[in-house]
Design a binder for this molecule. Sequence first.
Ligand code: FAD
Ligand code: NAG
Ligand code: NAG
Ligand code: NAG
Ligand code: NAG
Ligand code: NAG
Ligand code: NAG
Ligand code: NAG
Ligand code: NAG
Ligand code: NAG
Ligand code: NAG
Length: 606
Amino acid sequence: MSSLLAFMHQRFMLSKFGFLHLLLLLDLLVDARVVNIFQRGSTLSESCRCAPGDTCFPSTETWAELNTSVSGRLVNVVSSAAFCDSLSVSGCTESQWESSVFRAGLPGAMNQVNWEQDYVSHPPSVCFQNSSITLPPNITQQCSQGSGDVPLFAILAESGQDIQTGVNFARIHNLRLVIKASGHDYLGRSTARDALLISTHNLQNISFVDEFIVGGEDQGAAVIVGSGVPLNMLYTATKAEGKIFVGGTAATVVPAAGYVQGAGHSALSPSYGLAVDNVLELTVVIANGSLLTVNEVENPDLFWAMRGGGAGSWGVIVSATFRVYPTFNAVFCQSNITTAIPSTMGSIATIHARHIFDLDPFRAGQYFWVVQTGITLPGVGELIAMQVSTYFPNNASLEDAQAAYQPFLDDVGKLTNVEVANVCEVVLINDALFMEDDVVGNDLVMGSRLFPETVYRTSPDEIGDMYTALLENGTQQILGNMVAGGQVSENANISSALNPAWRSAKTHIIIVNSWNDTFPIPEVLEQEQIFSTGMQRAALVALAGEDSGSYTNEADRLEPDFRVTFYGPNYERLEEVKSVYDPTDLFIVAAGVGSERWDEAGFCRV
Ligand SMILES: Cc1cc2nc3c(=O)[nH]c(=O)nc-3n(C[C@H](O)[C@H](O)[C@H](O)COP(=O)(O)OP(=O)(O)OC[C@H]3O[C@@H](n4cnc5c(N)ncnc54)[C@H](O)[C@@H]3O)c2cc1C
Ligand SMILES: *[C@@H]1O[C@H](CO)[C@@H](O)[C@H](O)[C@H]1NC(C)=O
Ligand SMILES: *[C@@H]1O[C@H](CO)[C@@H](O)[C@H](O)[C@H]1NC(C)=O
Ligand SMILES: *[C@@H]1O[C@H](CO)[C@@H](O)[C@H](O)[C@H]1NC(C)=O
Ligand SMILES: *[C@@H]1O[C@H](CO)[C@@H](O)[C@H](O)[C@H]1NC(C)=O
Ligand SMILES: *[C@@H]1O[C@H](CO)[C@@H](O)[C@H](O)[C@H]1NC(C)=O
Ligand SMILES: *[C@@H]1O[C@H](CO)[C@@H](O)[C@H](O)[C@H]1NC(C)=O
Ligand SMILES: *[C@@H]1O[C@H](CO)[C@@H](O)[C@H](O)[C@H]1NC(C)=O
Ligand SMILES: *[C@@H]1O[C@H](CO)[C@@H](O)[C@H](O)[C@H]1NC(C)=O
Ligand SMILES: *[C@@H]1O[C@H](CO)[C@@H](O)[C@H](O)[C@H]1NC(C)=O
Ligand SMILES: *[C@@H]1O[C@H](CO)[C@@H](O)[C@H](O)[C@H]1NC(C)=O
């Protein structure tokens, strides 16, 4: 059985409805940063953060004082491979390695392990799960504290005060600071070498209010969540209250952390908008150490920026307040459509595009993911699958939903050399969106574009041709998220830093490029860059348009014009807000606001 198939089977066993979470089949993006001209640990200039060996780097005693002031919650950090290798810390099982639940609690662990590697230094600093992998003779695996692109120390925060202590320490000692809630980040923004990490994973409070007041005005029912609460915990908690919120389809993504700062899309977005449209308040530790309440009335410029201005650039969120709605049943339909012919999958994509508006009366959300399965049938060829998961919200009837969905399946069924399977069922929305765990622990990067609604109306044939061209070029996965339109468009007059491309979009299309640890490093670097250097990015832009934009949370860290692609017309104002709340660039992440002033590692000013 191919490893991809094995992944798929694991995924299906874990997910309640056999939902093929294709994001999890592949892996991560590694850091293709420009080679740093500064030596690690040098005392070159104040334009760099302090690293071990620098005179400005805190002494062992100073770290111990920090540890005392956070009640012993300072820990040493190593990569997940180092942690799991019996040679070093503890050993762990294969199922732990692949578990995002496990990785959320392990400070050095990212979900995509390529982010823990430093492929570009001379020599590279890598630590793989399999310590027996053959490396070039002049490279050895580096698995100790300080190796790879993994932080040195982490504060496992349990309060806003722990966070304030950590932020003040990093600012005073001129340290590289990173923040992690779950480690899901597809751009590797929650890890960095020689850094102090603040983990908010342990901030798991959840409380409900019937009337949430902002500036004297009742905003209605809401939930207040800590910045460590994962989606699956919140789906369970809201279910117990008869409520639902706008959340994504993942187990451990943290709504009150990276998710909301990017946009936060959901299968419920066509009905209820994005997470940025539903967040009422944030509490945030900013660079000067103050804990601020941030909403439409208090610090409104920061509230504007943190709704779409990108994760990790503003401060450390302690908690967020989100609107909640009465829960409801959904009709959940799940289809598998397979063929072995790329151009036939292109035709399926055209039919999909023609029928996408059939779902509008329901304000349904949908994931339609195309993947080269790695399964080859004799006389047929390698199977390409489109897995379609559709959520019809708000107590839609099974008959009505099926009647709206069936014409798409019927038209696909008229093609030759295509297999179609479909099941629909009625299920409580909290259960439909709940996932026990995400299967992770691999190497992947992605690149993406928001596709305008007008493209679906005018150019379904060109959409199909794009799929054919991508597949014929060897693209392994094309993820489609129909999580815009409807209320997302209707919320266009909400003033936030959300890239306005979202308001005219219908879908977000993501291409995943992946590899494994047996790849020679030059081939890894090629995979990291292929979205832009090959034909993928050009193919998306040719159809979506130059100004179509890309969702920062599911994107390529190496986007050449990231300021425009991720932030559209908002970049200048975002820079102004950052200069007020983070004047010394304590919070710098790849492709984030202000990152153009720093090298790829966020360590030295350029
Ligand atoms: C399996 C999977 C499914 C996904 N599904 C969806 C989906 O349905 N909808 C969607 O919109 N997105 C989805 N995403 C993308 C997701 O929104 C991003 O990966 C997001 O960055 C995760 O945020 P996090 O805080 O959990 O991750 P982390 O990796 O911990 O952090 C991500 C970013 O947020 C910053 N950050 C973390 N904690 C804090 C904090 N407390 N305060 C301030 N900044 C912080 C970090 O610096 C980093 O820049 C999915 C991702 C995965 C891997
Ligand atoms: C911090 O203190 C705790 C409790 O004394 C200790 O267990 C831990 O090892 C210390 N952390 C570091 C990085 O030394
Ligand atoms: C490894 O050694 C080879 C041959 O000596 C050299 O060409 C290459 O640059 C070295 N690689 C690194 C990463 O040092
Ligand atoms: C580790 O790598 C070695 C060498 O490539 C291989 O023989 C072995 O099967 C691998 N082990 C695992 C558990 O993947
Ligand atoms: C979490 O809730 C407990 C009990 O209500 C409270 O004491 C604590 O301060 C809360 N923690 C945070 C970080 O809000
Ligand atoms: C930190 O900055 C905020 C916002 O500019 C300001 O209100 C606050 O007084 C500052 N706090 C300190 C301790 O300087
Ligand atoms: C769904 O049905 C429940 C139970 O009848 C009802 O209370 C709720 O208002 C309905 N919700 C919607 C959005 O129609
Ligand atoms: C789709 O394929 C997956 C994986 O093989 C399976 O678990 C699921 O039941 C299939 N769904 C349908 C409707 O056949
Ligand atoms: C994919 O497209 C790129 C850029 O056009 C081209 O160089 C490459 O050869 C193509 N690969 C395949 C397998 O068609
Ligand atoms: C946006 O416009 C709608 C009507 O089109 C109005 O009800 C709503 O209050 C407006 N919202 C804002 C934030 O201006
Ligand atoms: C790694 O990828 C290569 C090339 O796709 C493949 O041949 C090999 O089987 C993979 N190895 C593992 C352990 O998955």
